[in-house]
Ligand binder design. Structure first.
Ligand SMILES: [Zn+2]
Length: 302
């Protein structure tokens, strides 16, 4: 038995090295990550993040001819390392990524807006990057004490993006256009506001709100939390409008929610967008997130 255990361990190490060095597009071959625990931590964590599959724009849905505004974006879906051979193949990864693109395009179609992805990928990440706190426990979540200007208050605080958020966005944005919005799917997302830690379906990190200068231009992305049934599987299918909702926060430049349950920007993630919302979404997609790199707002004026 000892001999076979040694052989298995050797095979596992070899496979991890292959995956770690595989770069983009290569199909990972049967590897094993010993010691996967309940939190999906495993011996493979030391070798990741690592790209499992890359899917090019030519393999993803593209908006129809009536769509005249394209929003630059990069899509990254994370998963934990599995405790056995990879549970999904490239076709399943492509289908999962394509569904996110298609449903987001469908949500923005009434505005004549569609995604313009240069690529999408599935990334194996260490357990510490699966459940993400979007801000620090003492953060104000963009709010301010009564009577205090929120922009000046938040700029003066100089809050950094938490390390895991920076790490994810840095990896997701690798080689992306500076105006492209990173869309990153993780297991779970939380945020802190007024001393409370709350679970969120997603969080947006608009580059235009006042922030620590060192977080620019990483701070141009959205996180979506959806959950996994098992370590190392593709996440559960996203709600068809959750990515559009988080992108909507960026494009509409607001943290507020719509009171109409039938609206994409309501907490109910309805299907509708009003003409004035579409006008603002189209304008932001062609100016702020258009051909020119998105600009750091620096210190608030006045
Ligand atoms: Zn929201």
């Amino acid at each position: 038995m000892l001999g076979s255990r040694v052989a298995i361990r050797f095979a596992a190490l070899l496979a991890v090295a292959l995956v770690g060095a595989s770069g983009t597009g290569a199909r990972p071959v049967g590897f094993v990550c010993p010691r996967v625990d309940a939190a999906c931590a495993s011996a493979c964590d030391a070798a990741s993040p690592a790209t499992l599959y890359t899917v090019g724009a030519d393999e993803l849905p593209s908006p129809g001819p009536s769509i005249d505004v394209r929003l630059r974006a990069r899509l990254v879906v994370t998963t934990a390392w599995p405790d056995g051979p990879l549970a999904f193949d490239r076709a399943a990864a492509r289908a999962y990524l394509a569904r996110i693109v298609q449903t987001t395009d469908d949500a923005f179609a009434p505005c004549g807006v569609g995604l313009d992805l240069d690529r999408a990928e599935v990334l194996a990440v260490p357990a510490r990057l699966l459940t993400i706190d979007g801000n620090a426990p003492d953060a104000w979540g963009g709010l301010a004490p009564p009577g205090v200007d929120a922009d000046a208050f938040n700029y003066a605080r100089g809050d950094r993006l938490p390390g895991p958020v920076r790490e994810l966005f840095e990896r997701a944005r690798d080689g992306a256009s500076r105006s492209a919005i990173a869309i990153v799917v993780v297991d779970d997302v939380y945020y802190h506001a007024a001393g409370k830690r709350t679970r969120a379906g997603g969080l947006s990190f608009p580059p235009l709100v006042y922030h620590h200068p060192d977080d620019f231009p990483l701070r141009n992305g959205v996180l979506v939390g959806t959950g996994y049934l098992r370590c190392g599987e593709l996440p559960i299918a996203l709600h068809p409008r959750v990515v559009a909702h988080e992108l909507g926060h960026m494009l509409l430049d607001t943290a507020h929610h719509d009171a109409d349950d039938a609206n994409v920007m309501s907490p109910m993630l309805g299907p509708g967008l009003r003409p004035e919302q579409c006008a603002r979404i189209r304008a932001a997609a062609t100016t702020t997130y258009g051909p020119e790199p998105v600009v750091d707002p620096r210190a608030p004026r006045g």
